[in-house]
Structure formats: C-alpha cells, structure tokens
Write a protein that binds this ligand. Structure first.
Ligand code: ATP
Ligand code: MG
Length: 232
C-alpha cells in the first residue's frame, strides 16, 4: 500500500504553471528517489506535498487522506518531516536550540536522542555551539536531525548531499539508509550515485511533469534514460 500518492498534480507559483502533471507513488517502507535536471520541479513537488505551494488540481493522498486542501501546519502534524534544500538551519541558534524548535511536543528530543545522536554523533559533541560554527556537512546533518525530532512517518529530504565532501556524503548515505529502516523517505537527489544507492524506486521529473518511473535497479543499467533525462 502507498503511504503517499500524488496523482496528476498541478501547481502554480504566481501566474507560472510550475507543475503540469506530477504523479508519484511512495510505498510504505520505501525510499523513492525524485530525479530530474535543475529547475525540473523537484523542490516544488515537495513543497506542494506540504501545502507550501498548494496544488491547484490533482490529488495528494497521505495514508488514505486527501491532504490537498489542508494547511501546512496540519499536514506536517500528520507525521511528515521536511529537510529543505540548502541546509536551512537557524545559524544564530545553538545545535540544541535548533533541535528544540523542531519539537512537536515537549520532550520529543529526549525520546529521540538515542536515534539522532546514534546517526549523527558529531551533533552530540557540538550541542551547545551556534549553527555558524558548524561545517557545511555538520549543518546538513543538523538539518536532517531536526526532521527526526518528532516521530514522523514520512520524510521529504531535498538534496542532502549537495556541496558535501565525499567522506561526508558517505556518512549522509549511511544515516539515511539507517533511518529508512523505520521511516519512509521521498528523496530529491541530483547526485545519481547517492540516489541509486538509497532509492528503491525512482520518479523522473522533466519540465514539471513526471515522465518515467520504475525500480532503481533497472534505472542503474538504463544508460539511455540516464543520458536523456539526467544527463550524467
Ligand atoms: N518563487 C518562484 N517564482 C517563480 N518561479 C519559480 C519559483 N520557484 C521556483 N520557480 C520555478 O519553478 C521551476 C521548478 O523549480 P524547482 O525549484 O521546483 O526545481 P528543482 O527541480 O528543485 O531544481 P533544482 O535542481 O535547481 O533545485 C523552475 O523553473 C523555477 O525557476
Ligand atoms: Mg530544488
């Protein structure tokens, strides 16, 4: 059964028709890789799921409920976590304050500490430091950790490996692989190697439309599709 289902979703930003028919199925327990070139509409797809750029038509069904008309706050409260692109943390707050802000209920952090610091041991060491004193990779880990503070059923993660050094990319892959044992993930990732290692299935978006989908194991051997839509 699908935990999340987008069917023929259209989204406008201002007068611009950005998503022109996006369908994505995210089975419970899977990692779905959302792929496509710069400007294809990957981030807008995640924002549309969350109601940040609401769909004008189509269906967005989460765990059996159509959420397309709901407000972002209520959508998130259903158990959907979001890791925005470009490491959106609060730079002038400490690591702990960044994590506290993500609490949905008091004490969420205590309940989830073992998991979070198990995945990202660096953050435990840095807990009192401001965001500004973290490296790019540590900031990205904090951005992911924040989405783990409340117990979410689905995580939307936008370009977690962007701008990271290879050793940190490896840590990030490891962390997402481990958290995907317990949480379903919709992952936007331009680094095809990262996407192919984490994804169970894929959806390719081109010019605001989902154009191809299938098992990741098939895509890895499909040079023609990779060249045509991803150009790597
Ligand atoms: N606020 C906005 N106003 C106007 N156009 C926008 C806005 N946000 C995004 N767009 C346009 O919508 C299209 C899709 O953008 P989106 O950010 O979803 O792409 P993306 O696939 O995430 O790209 P990237 O790989 O660069 O992150 C792009 O053409 C972009 O220029
Ligand atoms: Mg994007």
């Amino acid at each position: 059964m699908s935990l999340l289902d987008l069917h023929d979703v259209h989204t406008f930003i201002g007068k611009f028709h950005i998503l022109e028919g996006v369908s994505v199925e995210v089975p419970q327990g899977s990692v779905v890789a959302l792929l496509g070139r710069n400007g294809a509409g990957k981030t807008t797809t995640l924002k549309t799921i969350l109601g940040l750029t609401p769909a004008s038509s189509g269906r967005v069904v989460f765990d059996g409920d159509d959420i397309v008309e709901m407000r972002s706050f209520d959508i998130a409260a259903m158990g959907i976590g979001y890791v925005p692109e470009h490491r959106a943390i609060f730079a002038d707050l400490s690591v702990e304050e960044n994590l506290r802000i993500a609490e949905r209920r008091k004490g969420d952090l205590e309940r989830r500490e073992e998991l979070i610091f198990g995945l990202f041991p660096d953050l435990k060491r840095l807990i009192g430091l401001p965001g500004t004193s973290l490296s790019g990779g540590q900031q990205q880990m904090l951005a992911v950790a924040r989405a783990l503070v409340p117990e979410n059923r689905l995580l939307l993660i936008d370009e977690p490996s962007e701008g990271l050094a290879p050793v940190l990319i490896e840590q990030m892959i490891e962390a997402i692989a481990r958290l995907s044992d317990t949480t379903t993930v919709l992952l936007v990732e331009q680094n095809f190697l990262v996407a192919s290692r984490l994804g169970t299935t894929y959806v390719i978006i081109e010019e605001g439309r989902s154009v191809k989908t299938g098992d990741m194991t098939d895509l890895v051997d499909d040079d023609e599709t990779i060249q045509r839509y991803l150009g790597v």
